[in-house]
Design a protein around this ligand. Structure first.
Ligand code: HEC
Ligand code: HEC
Length: 293
């Protein structure tokens, strides 16, 4: 019997089995959730910041040197966001695809724009809520700000299909909107750049505040016990490494998958396609996303 146990094959088998079940035998360390104040302090020190609740603070935070936010600019941008004159046949507005009451998108698998044309790359409409906080706009990050982005859909043949000059001339026939431009940007300021800036100014105010923001502001009962455990894990497990700031992320674009299968499951660090990208955006738009309808 004893000899049988010493059999090298059996021994090897035994050792392998022991190693395999070891992780299940060692006791799991229970998660220690710190006190509410400590948890909040830690979150803030890791740069998980609340969306400001005061309008003045918010406008200041989201102003950029090239587009200082004013009440007048935001009001004009709001007007333009819902204005069908931005599309050639006056049938499409920004809000057609970015329905604010639906979470800032349209719930469609593929965006449908001018004359019912579908997005040729089968892309759907991302939300405009909190989009201004992102460092890059569009699925491939090709625009750097909401102001830059706003020029795209107006001109795109499958979205609004409007030429900048034609749009400016169309709006110049409306004294009410000309007056709004005067107030927002100064006399004789109705041009395509300022149309983009006004829309961008409005989008910068499209931020959502939720229970997590209220917790960060000091309200201990704003989030549940389970959420506090989640927040503790979020910080412990390294999510905060990429998901930080007032938007909890959105500051860079990563290749998919974030980590390779080999690395995740076998612990092997092997990248057969090593290439040094000179682009600041490490993302190629190859083959139009290959989306399916
Ligand atoms: C026909 C539907 C449609 C219309 C109209 C439209 N959009 Fe979009 N929007 C999209 C789609 C689709 C994308 C993604 C396109 C891409 O990545 O190439 C997008 C992207 C965006 C983004 C980037 C968000 C992000 O997370 O990257 C913003 C901001 C935005 N649109 C604002 C606007 C504004 C402002 C207008 C009006 C001037 C407008 N959109 C009109 C469908 C639409
Ligand atoms: C290496 C950086 C990195 C780490 C670490 C990371 N993420 Fe992400 N995460 C990303 C990126 C990049 C995206 C965006 C992918 C996209 O939508 O294009 C993302 C997207 C997400 C989304 C989807 C958000 C949305 O708006 O669709 C969730 C939820 C998320 N991550 C949760 C987590 C959690 C939870 C952890 C920790 C367990 C974590 N992430 C760790 C980089 C990271």
């Amino acid at each position: 019997m004893f000899k049988k146990i010493l059999n090298p094959f059996f021994l090897t088998f035994l050792i392998i089995c022991t190693i395999a079940i070891l992780p299940y035998l060692t006791p799991k360390k229970p998660l220690k959730v710190p006190s509410d104040n400590k948890l909040r302090e830690e979150a803030i020190s890791h740069n998980l910041l609340p969306v400001p609740k005061e309008r003045e603070k918010l406008l200041k935070l989201l102003s950029t040197p090239s587009n200082p936010l004013t009440k007048e600019r935001v009001a004009l941008g709001k007007e333009l966001f819902f204005d069908p004159r931005l599309s050639l046949d006056k049938s499409v507005t920004c809000a057609s695809c970015h329905i604010l009451s639906e979470g800032g998108d349209d719930n469609l698998p593929t965006a449908i724009g001018y004359l019912g044309r579908a997005n040729p790359q089968h892309l759907n409409s991302p939300t405009v809520l909190n989009a201004a906080l992102q460092k890059y706009q569009f699925w491939d990050g090709r625009a750097r700000s909401v102001e830059e982005q706003a020029g795209g859909p107006i001109q795109s043949s499958f979205e609004m299909n409007m030429k900048p000059k034609a749009l400016v001339n169309r709006l110049k026939n409306d004294p009410a909107i000309v007056l709004m431009f005067d107030k927002a940007f100064g006399k004789n300021s109705l041009n395509f750049t300022n149309i983009r800036k006004a829309i961008g100014a409005y989008e910068r105010t499209l931020l959502t505040r939720g229970p997590f923001d209220r917790f960060l502001d000091g309200n201990n009962s704003a989030i549940s016990k389970a959420a506090k455990r989640g927040l503790t894990l979020f910080m412990e497990r390294g999510c905060k490494g990429c998901h930080t700031g007032i938007s909890i992320g959105g500051q860079f674009i990563k290749r998919f998958p974030l980590r390779s299968y080999l690395e995740d499951y076998l612990g092997i660090n092997f990248h057969p396609k090593l290439s040094i990208k000179r682009d600041s955006i490490p993302f190629d738009n190859i083959g139009g996303f290959r989306g399916k309808t």
